[in-house]
Ligand binder design. Sequence first.
Ligand code: SF4
Length: 566
Amino acid sequence: MAATTQETTCLFCSLCCRAGVAVDDYGLTTPEYPGHGAGEHRGLCGRGHFISELLSHPGRLHEAAERQAGRIEALSPDEACQRLRALLPQIRDGLAVVLDGNLPCEELAEAVRLARAALEVDRVTLFIPPADEAVLRGLSTSAAPRLGPDALAECDVVLAVGDPFATHPLVASPVLDAVTRQRGNRLLNIDSLRGRTAGFATDFCQVRPGGEAAALGGLLRAMGAAESVPALATFEPSEAAAMAGVDAAALEAMAAAVAKAEKLAVVVSLPAGRCAAAAAAAALAAKVAEARNGGICPLLTYGNATGAWRLAHALHTTPLAELMADIAAGRVKRLLVAGTDLASALPQADLGSAELVAAAAPMPSAATARAQLVLPTALWFEIGGTVVDGSGTPRQAAKLAEPPGGALAPSQWLRALADDAAQADRPDVAAMVQADPQAELAEVIGSPLDWAPPAAEGKIAVVARADALGFADGALSRQLAWPVLMEMQPTVRLSPADAASLEDGTATLRSDGVAMTLAVDASDDVPPGVAAVSPSFPETRVLFAWAQGGVGPGLASMEKRGGNDG
Ligand code: SF4
């Protein structure tokens, strides 16, 4: 019999592509490309193929377990719920629940409701990668229309902040359609590395690590469009250019190109390790779009980041930054986490002495390795429901299959702990995810003096390479075949001049008590004084700085193996 194809929505980035999986008589799965060749000119990027691998991955967790005195005991779902229920009276004090935000909105809303009803906890956090949250916060200061990828093809000028062709490869097609449609159309690119997007840009402005917000502020001043941003009133273009590490003339040339746009799109891709002031950069990018009646296209790590962000505000959950402060201060003593792992996601943050009571996860992780109770969980395509893409449009992500073995959705684990009173009053999710909350521009923009971290004598700036295959913190994608084949170990990319000074092809980076020795690649994409590392390994993610609610470039000292400090 022929294989049957089922469709869902890919949540490995905010483009939320239609993704298909063909299932044959033996239950084997292969990726399918809905719409490809039928005028959409889009298929799936490398990450989209992960769905079919995850559906039948031998490493999926399908049994619960309890860790006691160094022994691990396998449990049925019922036994695991009984153990957790028995623990509740002892763990309620100082307990916080963290739910991964990359699940359908109905599932998230129900899990939040049940966590409050069943566990009686005040602190429930929907985890969204801090860089996504910062971009969404920045955009919530603006009424500039949100664009999906197809709208980009209609534009005559596209301003790309970051390296979207690498982080979100499927936007390359509509952007290149736009640029090649008519002579004079432009692709402008602001980025700290000379990446894939820069290779196609008509105008490239290479900023110093973390200089994106300063460059966008300077661009607004050079466009004569800064009156809507009071913080820019005294931020002279020359000061902005110096802070961004670019020539003022480069910003003026870009401003002249933007001024000629009849249909402008501003594309923002600022994942972890690129820009600590990502919220300010996103707000300024939206102001550039507004100044020309253009639109903005945010490219986020989580497919459902926008849905989770809207729900988090509607449900008044605890922001991640507040939770991390509570953990560091000892106000949160115990954690119950589902689908995410704070130690992998934010290895540079202080988790204090918080005890991990239970970790619900689809695959083994750093969290399941230290949790008292391990609960196997379903992935979004085993749950199904509403998600919200980067343009703010709700979509349906269909359930493709039942989760393996005893794996349950987080809300199913929590429902087993709830009493009858927890079965009522389901929230109206459709209404909650229709619109963004509004943020104050002045609060998001802050002071330009804080946008770019100061350079430090003798230190090298550590930025994230744009990653086409890794997903988020890598906890899931580092267990999949293709990402591992493409990058077995973390490496560091240096400018040819910096790399040539090394003696054995490795460099040791040291920062805040952490040291790691990495193999070095030389690349013209990287300017001198910058180290570009993969963001998919906790070993290298720990080098990024967590500040202002975002994860930006870090500073490290670099030792040349067998030689002198560099
Ligand atoms: S571009 Fe994004 S949504 Fe589309 S297949 Fe790739 S990861 Fe999935």
